[in-house]
Design a protein around this ligand. Sequence first.
Ligand SMILES: [Zn+2]
Ligand SMILES: [Zn+2]
Length: 254
Amino acid sequence: MLRVASLGSGSKGNSTIIATKEATVMVDCGFTLKETTRRLERLGVPPTSLDAILVTHEHQDHISGVGPLSRKFNIPVWSTRGSLLSGKCGNLKSYSIIEGFESFDILDLSVTPLSVPHDAREPCQYLFKAHNKQLAVLTDLGSYTPELVEALKNSHGLLLECNHDEDMLWNGPYPRSLKQRVGGPLGHMSNRQAIELLKQVFSDNLQLLIASHISEQNNCPKLVRERVAESINWPQENIIIAEQNDGFEWFELS
Ligand SMILES: [Zn+2]
Ligand SMILES: [Zn+2]
């Protein structure tokens, strides 16, 4: 069994939960302690049941809640050295450093950190494997590499950043410097880039596709659904949107 749910996704906070028969792990926590506890409750996850918090990078919308949650409930944190050295987690009682993007296990869940181009110290995203199912969780990346394409092939589930529509970004209200950052190779994935990547890794295995980290200013869930569904010839209702306020409910890869 490999299940996934989200507490919320977008520039105001991200957090994803992955669960197997034995393990429950959180990827990132960009919400306050109170908000995290409330959102976990909605998904039926007691904070004390979390076996680990995995950090992708030190931007506020991913890391602001990691330290408080870890300290309050004594949850071990995993991150790259770069993310840890940012100091954004404060003092942690229990943490493990991800060395050289090597895979590791948390109970029956295999975790492979993936190096991604993004403007943080040592950002990574994650590929999960359990019971012959593979799920990739990818939020912040400005572009993708051949290694990433190779790693994502044959995935059964894909949570993929669809941050912005390029026309909406460049014609929108952001200051020029911010447009260049978001639209640059170390910023965020556009719908076009996400679709380009998706087409290269799509296979008959794919049963769950979630669009994440959607910009409220420079994108629209309806547009994402239309474009992504069309690109792989899926019905629009099969594309799951990770919402900023409510994330999404549990999905199980079977
Ligand atoms: Zn980021
Ligand atoms: Zn982010």
